[in-house]
Design a protein around this ligand. Structure first.
Ligand SMILES: O=P(O)(O)OC[C@H]1O[C@@H](O)[C@H](O)[C@@H](O)[C@@H]1O
Length: 252
């Protein structure tokens, strides 16, 4: 539970906790994931040799973005009616299983990360710093199992009062986004009710999680021109960057 107890307003709504997704909201890593997924699935589809359509930007937004890694593989393969064995988490990246493909994708993602480093979005970092200065609670909620590595690389490790990541999803058997369980767990760790917290998300699955969880406000961050889809998934407010979000501060 956090000692922070102030509120900030979005419109007329008083919010005690701000729950930030990571990839695409805090750090510019959504595109890094998307590139790794595209290499993975295009390679996989080509190996099958059936002339199937390549993995597209829409496939990424619909089936993969925001979901835990293995769920991303399962969800995309199901969309193409492709069935392969699930395998086990210890499968090597060469295995022709769901877990093997997930391991292969992680190799590709980490390689890109090491090569290019991680950038944070200045508008998001500035908002988090204003919230912290005003004693409003902030948490990070990500499906990624690489959260610590990404935050460390961006120099943001100490910015959050609580963190729920892909390792927690496994350890606590939480259902990943689009289910609301990771966001609810973050609110619980802050000692707050979902109805007093804001969810800030760029992924359709994450916005959907915020809507299903009964959070006070769901903010969609539209960096890839999918504002309508974010609204349809349940975003109350859509902004191109969090520097555009109007937040008013007031004592609790
Ligand atoms: O593979 P990781 O680092 O555990 O991340 C899992 C997922 O995390 C989400 O935040 C990304 O939107 C997905 O693209 C990614 O697959």
């Amino acid at each position: 539970m956090t000692a922070r107890s102030a509120v900030a307003h979005i419109g007329d709504v008083a919010c005690s906790g701000f729950l930030f997704d990571m990839d695409g909201v805090v750090t510019a890593t959504a595109r890094v994931h998307e590139r790794a997924w595209t290499r993975l699935f295009d390679g996989f589809l080509e190996e099958r040799g059936r002339g199937e359509a390549p993995f597209s930007a829409d496939d990424y937004l619909e089936y993969v973005d925001g979901r835990p890694r293995v769920d991303g593989v399962t969800s995309f393969l199901a969309s193409r009616s492709i069935e392969i064995p699930h395998g086990t988490p210890s499968d090597p990246p060469t295995a022709h299983t769901v877990c093997g493909l997930a391991a292969r994708k992680d190799e590709m993602f980490l390689h890109e990360l090491d090569e290019h480093g991680v950038e944070a979005f200045p508008g998001t970092v500035a908002l988090i710093r204003r919230l912290r200065a005003a004693h409003v609670a902030v948490a990070l909620v990500t499906a990624s199992r690489n959260a610590v590595r990404v935050l460390d690389a961006a120099g943001l490790t100490d910015l959050f009062d609580a963190r729920v990541d892909g390792l927690d999803v496994d350890r606590l058997s939480l259902a990943g986004k689009p289910e609301p369980e990771t966001y609810l767990e973050a609110a619980r760790r802050l000692g707050l009710d979902a109805g007093t917290c804001v969810v800030l998300e760029d992924a359709l699955a994450g916005v959907e999680a915020g809507r299903r969880g009964g959070f006070a406000v769901v903010v969609g961050v539209d960096r890839t021109h999918h504002a309508d889809a974010l609204r349809e998934a349940g975003a109350d407010v859509v902004v191109p960057d969090l520097s555009d979000l109007e937040v008013r501060f007031a004592a609790a």
